[in-house]
Ligand binder design. Structure first.
Ligand code: HMG
Ligand code: MG
Length: 314
């Protein structure tokens, strides 16, 4: 186990990948206009997050909400401090991502056969085969690749997933040459013992500096699980969605990701170094939530302006 401190005893910095513009919006039935998506991304870029997953170059029939990712990438301002990434399911997606100037791309598969079939219409083996030219061409273009593994603890169709099923996909992604692997706790059901079992198995095969943790928050355990991944296993790469927006169209009932502002607050309160302004994250999410006509799921958005809250008078 690696403790979350560098050799000089200082806490290692947490890097946040803001997935709200992709994972947060992909499941919304009301189409958020391109200019609003761009405004959301630009507002998030000013919060201090390290990376923004700004869209998905997937089939517009599969996920209509992401059909304007090409235009979103063209219109957004690009902050120098931020890496702008996108999902790509195949070579066609990669071509679109490269043309749009994505600085990093993510291929995505799962540890569950049924989820993979429903999500990307392939077996796990077929999906990995499909990724071979995608990874090779991205890297030839100087664009690093993340490999997502969804359903790392539970699948909405197959139930509990064993850690060795995750490890087998992880090893194939490493063999393909991805720079980073993201563990997707897709339905937000895992509890700390599940996360420990998973990370004990996975970290025998991949350095924690190349492992990102992507929690959904259906059962409200996303913050607890992320803190365990940091404090007990030394992970420093975390995904989160502003306002807790989101969900996966192929994981019915699953809520959005752990809210960025809640995760940042929890990390800071636990002594981590995180250069993200959680109040600005709430502001960015509020604008989108108002336009979508839905409340924010995050705790911090509810307490921020209350008496006794971080900005309210006591
Ligand atoms: P398919 O139907 O097997 O593929 O879909 P196809 O090659 O037969 O293509 C079907 C149609 O899509 C064709 O159009 C293609 O041209 C078009 P038609 O001829 O019927 O008019 N097409 C494309 N169009 C634009 N860009 C492309 C593209 N590819 C094909 N890249 C496919 C297979 C993978 C393409 C499809 O199933 C798909 O796009 N799926 C995406 C699903 C998705 O985005 N899911 C949500 C993201 S994953 C997630 O949320 C989990 C994660 O957050 C981690 C976690 O939480 O666990 C990452
Ligand atoms: Mg997700």
């Amino acid at each position: 186990m690696t403790k979350p401190h560098a050799q000089d005893g200082r806490p290692r910095s947490i890097r946040i990948t803001e997935v709200g513009p992709r994972d947060g919006l992909q499941n919304e039935s009301r189409f958020l206009p391109t200019k609003s998506k761009v405004a959301f991304i630009d507002a998030l870029a000013a919060t201090g997050v390290d990376e923004i997953e700004a869209g998905a170059f997937v089939s517009p029939k599969a996920v209509p909400q992401m059909s304007d990712s090409d235009e979103v990438f063209r219109q957004m301002r690009r902050a120098k401090s931020v890496v702008y990434s996108a999902l790509v399911p195949n070579e066609r997606g990669l071509e679109r991502a490269l043309a749009a100037g994505a600085q990093k791309v993510a291929v995505f598969t799962a540890a569950s056969e049924t989820f993979t079939r429903k999500n990307i219409d392939a077996t796990i083996a077929e999906s990995l085969h499909r990724f071979e030219p995608v990874v090779a061409r991205a890297q030839a273009a100087g664009v690093p690749v993340r490999g997502y593994i969804s359903t790392v603890a539970f699948c909405p169709y197959q139930g509990r997933i064993r850690a060795d099923q995750v490890v087998s996909v992880l090893r194939r992604l490493i063999d393909l040459g991805v720079e980073e692997v993201a563990l997707g706790e897709t339905i937000g059901r895992a509890a700390p013992p599940d996360i420990r079992r998973l990370l004990d198995a996975v970290l025998a095969h991949l350095d924690q500096d190349r492992l990102a943790f992507h929690c959904h928050d259906t059962y409200g355990l996303g913050v607890a699980n992320s803190l365990i991944a940091w404090q007990e296993y030394g992970l420093t790469l975390f995904d989160a969605s502003a306002g807790g927006l989101g969900g996966c169209p192929y994981a019915p009932g699953a809520s959005g990701n752990v809210a960025t502002e809640d995760l940042v607050y929890a990390f800071k309160a636990s002594g981590a170094v995180v250069d993200v302004d959680e109040a600005r994250v709430v502001e960015a999410a509020r604008a989108v939530a108002q336009e979508l006509g839905r409340p924010l799921a995050s705790r911090l958005s509810q307490v921020l302006d209350q008496p006794g809250g971080p900005r309210g008078s006591a």
